[in-house]
Ligand binder design. Sequence first.
Ligand code: ZN
Length: 211
Amino acid sequence: MCCSLRVRWTITPKTAPQPWIACGGCGGLRAFQSSGKIRLNANGRKLDAWLIYKCLACDKTWNRPLFERQNVRDIDPETLEALQSNDIKWIRMESFNLDALRRKSQRIDEFPEFEIAREVMRESADWTRLEIELLVPLPSGMRLDRLLATELKVSRTRLQTLHGKGLLRTNPARADVLRRRIRTGIEVMIDLAAVADRELSWGPLATGSPR
Ligand SMILES: [Zn+2]
């Protein structure tokens, strides 16, 4: 496409969600934090695997089941390898498994802090359109409007106005896209032809490189 600045934002939350569990150590419901460690128990061909959590108040552990009495042959080899080698990346991914956490806990704390890496994919001279593609490798509770408002330093109202006028579009397109959680594959296109400070303000914020 002519005349666009296209960037890719990779958004990674800093802190894994924390489920609230009845603590056997200090009593009462407490927030538990992933320890980043796996416990395995093999019994013949059957395997149990847990992700170990710790009570934030007293360090008592809680084991979240990943597999229970699963036949080793039914576990895909990559997962098995990750479990056996305590693969940090795999464990981190699993610690963000909100669906699994929701099955075990009524209350889960999520944290808004995240890191964002910005790459310029294309920059035409005299660009008038900003395109942002999102890469969200770990599930994030962040809403799209909050992300854009924070990173581009514009109000959510202004984003809504731009969306309403068709100057901010997304792919896939949805009426409520701004209020929904960010995820990989979302593209945001903002027509800034009428915005004078696009190269001074919007561009550097989108690319992360002041000029
Ligand atoms: Zn406790």
